[in-house]
Design a binder for this molecule. Structure first.
Ligand code: ZN
Ligand code: ZN
Length: 287
């Protein structure tokens, strides 16, 4: 199993040390784990790494790489926030640290004449002004050339109909392959709440994202895919990835990717149960 999106206590709203996350991931059958805590960003300091913590964060990852060598491959990642104007800050941050994987995610959207909307404020997601700005920012993220993958691009499905999200995403589909940025299949949409669009009530236990209707279109446009649990607690290590892949394989998903030293490594998925084959001589068994 490959898990390319995970958090530790360095993200502040997540729990568990690097060591605890790694041990839980090994127990869950993860063979390639990328730790992607939220990178420093001006919008807040309570939900992310601080610049002063980055050295400790990467030292913890390096220590775990040594300690668990042979049991799991551990990679150095960060989940960056993207807003227009953040390019040079994010670029400078990436230049200072050796990273395996850089996710670009949109969590905050500045809507004109409004306060900042966060993508977990579910009742606000279907507003036209929000949608206009979200997808404009997503296009800018995809064109920025900064990131290896876009994180949970379809998280709006927690509060917006699939039809609307698909229509808005359609013009952006060619940008993934053209700009060499992968589309993340984020398994946290399987366990997160969503809005029942008829009643407006928040409901649990319903798969909101990733979009199963979008997947074949992304495949047609030659997009590459990363997968992640987006665990914020060691007890969610690897959560949902197996179920998600089993559901997506019949829809035409043929390979997933992860990044090492910012280079994409494609892992073909041969069969639903024993998905195998890695790079060169190395075999990675996905269970
Ligand atoms: Zn995120
Ligand atoms: Zn995340």
């Amino acid at each position: 199993m490959i898990d390319s999106h995970s958090h530790t206590f360095y993200s502040k709203h997540a729990t568990g040390s690097v060591d605890e996350l790694v041990r839980a991931s090994i127990a869950a059958g993860v063979k390639v784990l990328t730790i992607t805590d939220h990178a420093p960003f001006a919008v807040d300091s309570d939900n992310r790494l601080l610049e002063a913590e980055l050295d400790y964060y990467f030292a913890d990852i390096d220590r775990a790489q040594q300690e668990y060598q042979g049991q799991i491959k551990i990679l150095r990642g960060l989940e960056f926030d993207y807003m227009p104007g953040s390019e040079s800050y994010n670029h400078d941050l990436m230049a200072r640290y050796e990273l395996d994987f850089a996710i670009g995610s949109i969590h905050y959207v500045e809507v004109p004449g409004n306060r900042m909307v966060k993508v977990w404020e579910l009742p606000r997601l279907a507003g036209q002004a929000f949608l206009d700005r979200y997808f404009a920012n997503l296009e800018a993220l995809l064109e920025s050339g900064l990131f290896d993958a876009v994180g949970h691009a379809d998280t709006l499905l927690r509060g917006v109909s699939e039809e609307v999200v698909l229509r808005r995403l359609e013009p952006l589909l060619p940008l993934f392959a053209r700009n060499g940025i992968a589309y993340e299949l984020n398994a946290s949409g399987i366990r997160k709440s969503s809005l029942d669009l008829e009643s407006g009530h928040e409901i649990h236990g319903v798969w909101s994202y990733p979009s199963r209707a979008l997947l074949p279109q992304l495949i047609t446009h030659n997009a590459a895919f990363t997968v992640g649990s987006d665990a914020h607690d060691p007890c969610d290590a690897g959560a949902g990835i197996r179920d998600m892949l089993n559901a997506l394989l019949p829809l035409g998903l043929q390979s997933i990717s992860y990044f090492e030293c910012r280079r994409r490594i494609d892992v073909p998925l041969d069969e639903p149960a024993a998905l195998a084959v890695g790079q060169s001589n190395q075999k990675i068994i996905l269970q």
